[in-house]
Write a protein that binds this ligand. Structure first.
Ligand SMILES: [Fe+2]
Ligand SMILES: [Fe+2]
Length: 241
């Protein structure tokens, strides 16, 4: 984390432990409507005093944003590999595949800009994730439409939970800052807004996948469990290296 983000965020809060429990997410209705809504999300910053983030908060943001960028790269590559075989056998899915690809490309672009702006290094695993995501996309598409959709369902279930954990953590920081009468800063407010929007789009993809027979994939349980396990492992590794 460079000084730019530190200065921009310039506030301090006690560390909150992120709960990384694996909850099943089965539709976008799972998007939590009960998240605390810090006042600043509605009113903006108000020229209160500012303090820097703690070392621990900076480390959290560095690794969270690194994982987000890696995940979005993987999503772009999965859809890039899936689209030709799926569209060839099911031309009616072309608009849906393009819609999901376009949204993933937008997410990837956003996190690329954030990483560059704050000089956060991408994960060293990028070349490995490149190969793995392309193989996953191609392999599931060759298995058929249902397997490709099951892949989206599994990935978005994990990613939705991953983004939810981040949103909960950042909202807790903001709430603590407000309680102490400190300024939250426009940059942190904007980051939370953007991650929520991206999270909602991921959960929309999950809904599309279920609507398009993800659960008809064979073998559904094995396929989705393996992919979800792979996603959790990739997140864990990307947080660290
Ligand atoms: Fe995405
Ligand atoms: Fe997605």
């Amino acid at each position: 984390m460079n000084t730019c983000l530190r200065r921009a965020l310039q506030t301090q809060a006690p560390t909150t432990v992120v709960q990384r429990s694996i909850r099943p997410i089965t539709s976008s209705a799972a998007s939590p409507s009960t998240e605390p809504e810090p006042e600043v999300m509605k009113t903006g910053t108000q020229g209160k005093r500012r303090r820097p983030l703690t070392e621990e908060q900076q480390r959290f943001l560095d690794s969270a944003l690194r994982v987000n960028q890696a995940g979005e790269l993987a999503a772009v590559l999965i859809y890039t590999a899936q689209t030709p075989p799926i569209v060839r056998s099911h031309p009616h899915l072309r608009p849906l595949m393009k819609h999901m690809y376009d949204q993933e490309a937008g997410h990837f672009d956003y996190f690329n800009k954030i990483l560059a702006k704050h000089r956060i290094r991408p994960t060293a695993m990028t070349p490995i994730w490149h190969v793995a995501a392309t193989a996953l996309g191609w392999g599931t598409a060759v298995m058929g439409r249902e397997a490709a959709m099951a892949c989206t369902e599994a990935v978005e279930t994990e990613i939705g939970e991953h983004y939810n954990a981040q949103v909960r953590e950042l909202l807790a920081w903001m709430k603590d800052m407000e309680n102490r009468g400190e300024e939250v800063g426009e940059e942190l407010t904007e980051l939370v807004r953007e991650i929520r929007k991206i999270r909602d789009e991921e959960l929309e993809h999950l809904d599309h996948a279920v609507e398009n027979d993800a659960k008809e994939a064979n073998p559904y349980e094995v396929l989705t469990n393996v992919i979800r396990g792979g996603c959790r492992a990739a997140i864990w590794v990307s947080e660290k290296v």
